[in-house]
Design a protein around this ligand. Structure first.
Ligand code: AMP
Ligand code: ZN
Length: 114
């Protein structure tokens, strides 16, 4: 997906502050952080949103969550807590149509979300 900004970030064609990478995943700091810790986790493969992830790729979702847990530990916020957000399609406010988990932490979150 040559016109996808997150594909280009995963391919390092656009710079980012990378915090984690493996064969299938890439994680980097959000450019407009909403909390002291705000990391985006993406699969290197392009899927526009959760709605487009095929059943055969469900393992990718578990890997993204486990990577988010690891990063939360590395950032020192595992015990105090953190929030993982997966915006999906219009009503959620999804802006970038390459599936991504937000890992947010380092401050007290409120509920319900806006
Ligand atoms: P969403 O609204 O769930 O689609 O979130 C998209 C997120 O991507 C927002 O939090 C943006 O701040 C973030 N974002 C957009 N472009 C970049 C970029 N080039 N590097 C890092 N984060 C970005
Ligand atoms: Zn993409």
């Amino acid at each position: 997906m040559e016109d996808c900004i997150f594909c280009q970030i995963a391919a390092r064609k656009i710079p980012s502050k990378m915090v984690y990478e493996d064969d299938a995943l890439f994680a980097f700091e959000d450019i407009n952080p909403k909390a002291p810790v705000h990391i985006l986790l993406i699969p290197k493969a392009h899927h526009a949103s959760l709605n487009e992830v095929p059943d055969s790729e469900s393992g990718l979702l578990g890997r993204l969550l486990m990577a988010a847990r690891k990063i939360a530990g590395d950032k020192g916020i595992a015990a105090q807590g953190y929030r993982i957000v997966l915006n999906t399609a219009r009503d959620s406010g999804q802006d970038v149509f390459h599936i991504h988990f937000h890992l947010l932490g380092g401050r007290r979150m409120t509920w319900p979300p806006g």
